[in-house]
Design a protein around this ligand. Structure first.
Ligand code: ATP
Length: 902
């Protein structure tokens, strides 16, 4: 393969010369050959950007206000000669950093795995067949198909280009898409002028084409100028930023409080310097919720992973939160709400109606006319129809592992199957009537046309598309023995009847062209004068799961709107089957076009079905819906959908049939193109938000409880119930064991029965402050009360402290069960035993507290001592009391009809 020289001027070579040099013919590479080349040149992938290295990432763990406070405390204690405290503080700082590092690494890995799921595919010709393969497996010599919305997967020398324009801004900075063609250009041409080339990473803005791979991976233009692949996303969302901000303010406030405490203790209470300093440090350590950011990040990563398992792949993390407050979902119909397994059921001509049997892409079944088998051999009109739908077609239907599968557009796949049911052989027909040119299908103009010539040199066009588009350019209709002027009325009636049964309609027309014509232009169609041949009725049944998902969404206070390119009557029939509201009527494309923005705003209030809509309409619709302060999720798949996807609060692209352009404009990608996955993602989005809230509701009272215990002791001038290192211990064990368990909480029952969360609800709601204050008070009462009581009994400080700490931690342990549900009761089987992570965390915590209390090395480090059964008994009673109090609080709020999610 010495000819695969990257410095070669491929753009200046003729296409046959290119193919020769790359040792490939018009049937594409042979599989073994492609494999060999892949081994030789390696995968088609750019080297990854250098990420933040592990050491730097580890060091970043120390870049945190709390850690600075702790380090200051360590220096302070060292200065005062309390070496043991210094050692423990530094030890804890280190352990915290290690745990943070490991957990962050795990979260990153989870996200990486999800990014992998989004890796692009490419359409290639191998062994004479068109197949979709991972773009990474492309090798030089592969013949690649391109169409609007694709990202060019490798550097290509174009061998075919129809109206193809490529946006090369990624490479040249030029924002106007450049028109492509196949003829060689000057060897000296600049990158931007090499119109016979398509470069990796650029975006097909329009049209379609074909090219042969001349460079892959780092051996491409983009590979040469940079090794960057997209931006590496940081693990954050608006809520997390809000928390981080909150954390910073809290730290400052706590710093001031600690200083005030120091001043008060030293001057008013006459504590000695060392003791006051330690008290102030304890307070700072106690009050700062250091575990919170890590728990939040993990909760988010777990949420994203769960969504991926349910086929919703998050591309931008903030979408996780936005999903929970979505109020309107605008969905495409075909493939998302319906199965996209199309079958042609009927074909009607001027004088006859044909029925087709069989389902799916399997070409088994027959074609009947008035109950009699119809045979194209003896029915020339039927033969022409089948030929037309076969030729004006880019799909392929073939048997694979005992089943028939389809590559390409399902509507077209269905047409091929229909033609095969009539006994036609796609390969033979395509060879006999070679295609010279094509106007590819676009949902903005809703038709496709192809130009062919037969062996005798006669040229003709086939046009297929949305009936009103096709009828508009037809002047005649085909009859069994010729043609007659078009009777639009007749067709309209038949079509309304078929569409009302939910079938989609597709019309076929034809016209002869001058024999020398080898190129097709829009004007050839739009100037009219075509002859209508037939109209096909195609079924595409709704997905069962979509019907359920629509109902779920409606229960969850989310309005589902269908925006489809299909016929109004078909759209209404399918909407009815799906349970989408049609009482408000159906608005079709041209009505949308004529409506002013104000009228549209009014329409979207009561209309849920929009038909014959184009991508431009989608953008206007999103804007109109958003003007009512709705949070909109919108699906899309084509390159023209990108603006609407960007504009929507959550843009959702299709993973299977969607273009790369749509994916890149979206926040989320559906791996299975299924509407039900959107509903699931909303459910998971609400769950993540709940879990984030639960983590806050759980952790803040620990800090509150500890901080107020210390403040109370200082105000009363008593011995400190917790030393700084003990406080550190408590924070560490509760954050890494107990709170972490909440990140795994499953969805609460009833999540999809409540209305969407209003966006921008403040994090610190009145309810949150109340619950934190209430539980903090209970914890202070238990911990401090127990401590004081023991001090009065005359026990040692170590003993009283050990009991106090265990009281606090066990109180937390019981509170963890309360925290599993924000308002629902936890005192049941599911609440107490339903979560494995919670049970594991509880087990781990009991073990840790056992060691803390009884293991001599820990006793030495933390100044603890063994305590007796009697103490444990009282601790247990306290835990149960706390649990009961919180359950009573929940019951009280439930009875008052309080909604904690607002
Ligand atoms: P949705 O927007 O909900 O996915 P859709 O797939 O029906 O719906 P479009 O793809 O815009 O929307 O199709 C609109 C119409 O164009 C169809 O009703 C059909 O009549 C026609 N059409 C669809 N696919 C093709 C095709 N490959 N060739 C010619 N005409 C087509």
């Amino acid at each position: 393969m010495s000819n695969r020289d990257p410095s070669l001027d491929w753009h200046a070579l003729k296409t046959d010369e290119v193919l020769k040099r790359l040792e490939v013919d018009e049937h594409g590479l042979k599989s073994p050959d492609a494999e060999q080349r892949l081994q030789d040149v390696g995968p088609n992938r750019l080297p990854e950007t250098a990420r933040t290295g592990p050491i730097r990432r580890f060091l970043l763990q120390f870049h945190n206000v709390l850690i600075y406070v702790l380090i200051a405390a360590a220096i302070g204690t060292a200065f005062l000669g309390h070496w043991l405290d210094t050692g423990v503080i530094l030890g804890v700082v280190l352990i915290n950093a290690i745990i943070g590092h490991i957990q962050e690494g795990k979260a990153e890995k989870a996200l990486d795995a999800i990014r992998q799921m989004l890796s692009p595919k490419a359409q290639v010709l191998r062994d004479g067949q068109r197949r979709s393969i991972p773009a990474e497996e492309l090798v030089p010599g592969d013949i690649v198909y391109l169409q609007a919305g694709d990202r060019v997967p490798a550097d290509l020398r174009l061998t075919g280009a129809h109206n193809m324009r490529i946006d090369e801004a990624a490479l040249t900075g030029e924002s106007v898409a450049s028109e492509k063609q196949t003829a060689p250009v000057e060897p000296e041409a600049d990158l931007g002028d090499r119109v016979s080339m398509a470069y990796s990473g650029t975006l097909i803005a329009f049209g379609q084409g074909r090219g042969v791979v001349i460079g892959t991976g780092a051996d491409t233009e983009i590979g040469r100028i940079s090794t960057m692949i997209g931006e590496v996303e940081t693990l954050t969302t608006p809520l997390l930023r809000q928390i981080a901000q909150f954390g910073r303010w809290l730290s400052v406030a706590i710093g001031i409080l600690a200083a005030a405490t120091f001043a008060f203790g030293f001057w008013v209470r006459d504590y000695d310097l060392v003791e006051t300093f330690l008290a102030a440090v304890s307070l700072a350590v106690a009050a700062i919720p250091e575990g919170l950011p890590a728990i939040m990040t993990i909760t988010l990563a777990i949420g994203v992973q769960r969504m991926a398992a349910r086929h919703a792949i998050i591309r931008r993390l903030p979408a996780v939160e936005t999903l929970g407050s979505v109020t309107t979902i605008c969905s495409d119909k075909t493939g998302t709400l319906t199965r996209n397994e199309m079958t042609v059921k009927s074909i009607v001509t001027t004088g006859a109606e044909y029925e087709l049997t069989g389902v799916g892409y399997e070409p088994h079944g027959g074609i009947t006319r008035d109950g009699q088998e119809a045979d194209p051999e003896s029915d020339p009109l039927l033969a022409e129809i089948l030929r037309g739908i076969l030729l004006c077609n880019d799909a392929e239907v073939y048997p694979k592992d005992d089943a028939w599968t389809m590559e390409g557009d399902p509507t077209e796949g269905a047409l091929i199957t229909a033609a095969m049911k009539g006994g036609l052989d796609p390969k033979e027909v395509n060879e006999r009537y070679a295609r010279d040119d094509v106007i590819p299908f676009e949902s903005s103009y809703k038709f496709m046309a192809t130009l062919h010539h037969d062996h005798e040199g006669g040229a003709f066009v086939f046009l297929k598309g949305a009936p009103e588009r096709v009828l508009a350019v037809c002047s005649h209709q085909r009859t069994a023995d010729g043609e007659e002027p078009l009777d639009a009325e007749h067709w309209q009636q038949w079509m309304d009847g078929v569409a009302a049964r939910g079938q989609r309609l597709l019309a076929l027309a034809t016209r002869r062209m001058e024999d020398h014509r080898r190129e097709l232009e829009f004007a050839d169609i739009e100037d009219g004068g075509l002859t209508l041949v037939a109209v096909c009725g195609i079924i595409d049944p709704p997905r069962e799961e979509a019907i359920k998902a629509v109902a779920h969404c409606q229960e969850a206070g989310i309005r589902v709107k269908m925006i489809t390119g299909d016929h109004g009557v078909t759209a209404r029939a399918i909407a009815d089957e799906l349970g989408i509201r049609t009482e408000g009527g159906v608005v079709v494309g041209h009505e949308l076009e004529n409506a002013t923005d104000e009228e549209l705003k009014e329409q979207v209030r009561h209309v849920d079905v929009f038909a014959r809509a184009t991508p431009e309409h989608k953008l206007r619709l999103v804007r109109a819906i958003q003007s009512h302060h709705e949070v909109v999720a919108m699906t899309g798949d084509g390159v023209n959908d990108a603006p609407a996807l960007k504009r929507a609060d959550v843009g959702i692209a299709m993973g299977i049939k969607g273009t790369e352009a749509a994916r890149e404009a979206s926040e989320m990608v559906l791996a299975d193109d299924n509407f039900a996955s959107i509903a699931n993602a909303v459910e998971e989005g609400r769950t993540v938000y709940d879990n984030l809230k639960k983590a806050i509701l759980f952790l803040l009272p620990t800090n509150g409880g500890q901080a107020f215990t210390i403040v109370a002791a200082i105000l009363l001038g008593l011995t400190l119930p917790l030393t700084p290192v003990q406080v550190l211990w408590v924070n560490m064990v509760t954050a890494v064991t107990l709170a972490l368990a909440l990140a795994f909480e499953p969805t609460e029952p009833g999540v999809m029965q409540r209305p969407p969360r209003p966006p921008r609800t403040p994090l610190l709601s009145g309810f949150l402050i109340w619950r934190v204050g209430f539980v903090s008070a209970l914890l202070v009462a238990g911990t401090f009360g127990h401590f004081l009581w023991l001090e009065q009994q005359g026990v040692t400080d170590e003993f009283a402290r050990t009991v106090a700490i265990n009281t606090l931690v066990m109180g937390q342990l019981f509170f963890l069960f309360n925290s599993r549900y924000i308002l629902e009761p936890s005192c049941n089987r599911e609440g107490l035993f339903g979560s494995r992570p919670v049970l594991i965390a509880v087990g781990a915590l009991i073990l840790l507290q056992g060691l803390f209390t009884y293991a001599p090395p820990l006793q030495f480090l933390f100044g603890t001592t063994a305590i007796g059964l009697e103490e444990w008994g009282r601790i247990l009673v306290f835990g149960i009391v706390l649990f009961t109090f919180v359950e009573l609080e929940k019951a009280f709020l439930r009875r008052r009809g309080f909604n904690p999610h607002r």
